[in-house]
Design a protein around this ligand. Structure first.
Ligand SMILES: [Cu+2]
Length: 717
């Protein structure tokens, strides 16, 4: 037995204790199975760039040794041959070198042995109520956590979905024809042939299915894997590389399983996608009282899988490990923290070194309570990644758990045991680290270590000097429960921005926004916002744009932008002033649209140092407006100043969308087209929002702060 070091607990009031797990018996024991480490495969060099062939195949995976049978999945595989046994529960990790041009042939081989199309492995259940109260115990639960179909309607249409796939490399600065346009799907026998230049800083990406309207089902079936770009900088820093060198890649997802009695067509322990329907009433089992009249359409499952296994454990040495974590869940946000085996948070040295787009400028101390609202935690919405050095040295001989505390649906906060919606977090367990004897292979980096060869902070001021195009996107849930990305065009009149007088009625297609520092509300027209509506956003290759995204819905949305990485410049808090339901435009309040102003009672939000790196997915919390610097420009592996990038030379049709897959599939997705600026100048007509953002000189948003000027310093970077 190893010598056991005493654990260190948090002394300050934060973080609060984790919410108590609801009184649901564990369906199987956690931490029984060893963590699965997917093989790392490299493309094969050839005369015209490296090559790789990846097959999409049906497979049978043992998700937990306590399950009596296997679970049908669809997965990626590096060989068409019959797989080893046990079959891998997730696809291989693709490892490429920075700048290594790689041609990947994605072969759709989702067929039965007789060549017919494989049946979709995901059973879907819909129309669930949001929460129910169990008469026996009186406890409140989300039926999404209860076994099998309970209370849901079997969605036969989901299992009729053919094996129709598109691969997207998430976070890749990919040519448009290789980006995986969702409507350009492949059937079995067809091949998506894509070239990836990998010309970007080293980082953790992931490849996953992106098929139009069914992404949630295909990714849930298992069509997701990790993709690493290596670059010289991590060699210079001597960072851990590979599983043998204490680099652990963790793909975290949540799932639900069927039970034997659900339906004669479907066996037990098969993948089950359970959702409510927006607007459905809540009900109570056995006559208990109703609780919540909100039904989410997101999927939340009770079982947490890491690298395809339910609640695994990893045997580690008491040494520094590099954990690279991807939230690959459909909808669940994870707020991860280390705890003892009773769930009490323990202090484990945590040094964050990278995020979505690569290394940070300097290491960030995730335990710094002064800088972070939730010290000791790693918050990841779907598709977000983190690169963190963890020192298990002080935990020799201990068992350390990784637990989740995020509310679901996520709104920025931890799950609150007093709120019935906390029931969506059925089990906080994620995985366990069994820490062995001391080893000194790696060390944490000095806190002042420069991780990049150069690092220029991007401030709003620096970006403004480029006179950027400014976009405004509103995240809106309409009265039918459809979530949309509503692009807003400034209402210009003779070259001047129009303002709202605060008295008159706003047509329901208008939005009036008063930002901090504005004297008046500026008027915008809300453009149609379904995926197939006209393209509104034409970006000029080489530009840096400012995007403002305001969330008028009650939940956090992780907004993902294809092709580029961006910088978060600011977060501010907003209060909605007026809104009239669209079906009821003659309401007494006699106003329509949205009139919104900054919340003067709320302070501006200090940026989390964990969000200061290059991002491709950003959480936009309710009542928040985020400001993003969006460079359609190339920056080398170093963090150069905004002025110093060159044209990206990446043009074509891309998209941006919410990465809650159920939202993405239901209209929270919009196209964006990048063009050579010289060609845009030749275009006969462009979308409505191509009206110059404002002919007047940019006024002082965040700059001429008036009485609020003092509080802005921290936001300017
Ligand atoms: Cu969303």
């Amino acid at each position: 037995m190893n010598q056991q070091e005493p654990l260190v607990y948090y002394a300050w009031s934060d973080p609060q204790p984790l919410p108590a797990a609801p009184a649901l018996p564990l369906p199987m024991q956690p931490y029984v199975n060893e963590l699965y480490v997917p093989p790392m495969i490299q493309p094969i060099p050839s005369t015209d760039g490296a090559r790789l062939r990846i097959w999409m195949v049906p497979a049978q995976a043992q998700l937990h040794s306590g399950l009596p049978n296997r679970t049908a999945i669809w997965t990626y595989r590096a060989s068409p041959d019959a797989p080893e046994d046990p079959q891998p529960p997730v696809g291989p990790t693709i490892e490429v070198q920075q700048g290594q041009r790689t041609h990947i042939a994605w072969v759709n081989a989702l067929t039965n042995p007789d060549g017919s199309f494989a049946r979709h492995p995901v059973a879907a259940v819909r129309d669930l109520p949001a929460v129910v109260q169990l008469a026996e115990s009186g406890t409140v639960h989300a039926p999404q956590n209860l076994p099998g179909f309970t209370l849901g309607q079997y969605d036969q249409a989901a299992r009729q979905v053919p094996p129709w796939t598109v691969v997207h490399l998430h976070g890749g600065r990919t040519a448009a024809d290789a980006d995986g346009w969702p409507e350009s799907g492949c059937y079995p026998g067809q091949v998506q042939s894509s070239i990836y230049d990998n010309q970007q800083p080293g980082t953790l990406l992931w490849y996953h299915d992106h098929a139009m309207a069914i992404t949630r089902l295909n990714v849930y079936a298992g069509l997701a894997g990790l993709y690493i770009i290596r670059d010289p900088q991590e060699h210079t820093l001597q960072l851990p590389r590979g599983a043998d060198d204490h680099e652990l890649l963790l793909l975290v997802q949540d799932r639900a399983l069927t039970q034997a009695s659900d339906h004669p067509d479907i066996g037990a322990n098969q993948l089950l996608h359970k959702t409510g329907t927006a607007g459905a009433d809540s009900i109570a089992i056995d006559g208990g009282p109703d609780h919540v009249d909100q039904a989410p359409m997101e999927f939340f499952g009770p079982l947490t899988l890491v690298n395809g296994r339910i609640w695994p454990r990893a045997t580690v040495q008491a040494d520094v490990y590099r954990l690279r974590i991807l939230n690959g869940a459909n909808a669940r946000t994870f707020r991860l923290r280390f705890t003892d085996t009773d769930g009490n948070p323990v202090v484990v040295p945590l040094q964050m070194i990278g995020s979505d787009g690569g290394l940070l400028a300097r290491p960030v101390d995730l335990n710094d309570g002064a800088q972070r609202g939730y010290p000791g935690t790693i918050t990841l919405a779907p598709a977000e990644r983190v690169d963190v050095l963890v020192d298990f040295g002080p935990c020799s001989g201990q068992r350390i758990e990784l637990r989740n505390s995020a509310s679901s649906p996520f709104d920025g906060a931890d799950a609150d045991a007093a709120n019935p919606l906390a029931a969506f977090l059925a089990y906080p367990q994620v995985m366990r680290f069994d820490v062995g004897a001391r080893s000194e292979r790696h060390q944490l980096l000095p806190w002042d270590q420069a991780l990049l060869a150069s690092a220029t902070p991007w401030s709003y001021e620096a970006v403004r000097r480029l006179k950027p195009v400014e976009r405004l996107v509103a995240l809106v849930e309409n009265d039918q429960g459809v979530l949309q990305l509503v692009e807003c065009a400034p209402l210009a009149d003779g070259g001047h921005q129009r303002h709202w007088d605060g008295q008159s009625r706003l047509p329901i297609t208008q939005l009036a926004l008063r930002q901090r520092g504005d004297a008046q509300h500026r008027l915008y027209r809300m453009l149609p916002g379904m995926f197939s509506d006209t393209v509104n956003y034409l970006a000029r290759d080489g530009d840096v744009e400012i995007w403002k995204i305001i969330n008028l819905s009650p939940d956090t949305h992780p907004i993902h932008i294809h092709l580029i990485h961006f910088k978060l410049l600011a977060r501010d808090t907003y209060a909605e002033v007026e809104r009239v339901p669209e079906q009821n435009p003659t309401s007494d309040s006699a106003a329509g649209g949205y009139a919104i102003h900054f919340d003067p009672a709320a302070d501006t939000i200090a940026l989390d140092p964990a969000e200061t790196g290059w991002k491709d997915t950003i959480r936009v919390n309710p009542s928040e407006l985020v400001v993003l610097a969006m460079p359609f420009r190339a920056y080398a592996a170093t963090d150069t100043a905004p002025e110093q990038g060159s044209r990206l030379y990446r043009t074509g049709r891309y998209m941006y969308h919410c990465h809650i897959l159920e939202h993405e599939d239901h209209e929270m997705m919009r196209p964006i087209v990048v063009m050579p600026p010289e060609v845009i100048d030749h275009m006969h007509a462009v979308g409505a929002s191509q009206i110059a953002p404002s002919a007047e000189p940019p006024t002082g948003w965040y700059m001429d702060m008036g009485e609020h000027g003092d509080s802005m310093d921290g936001m300017m970077g």
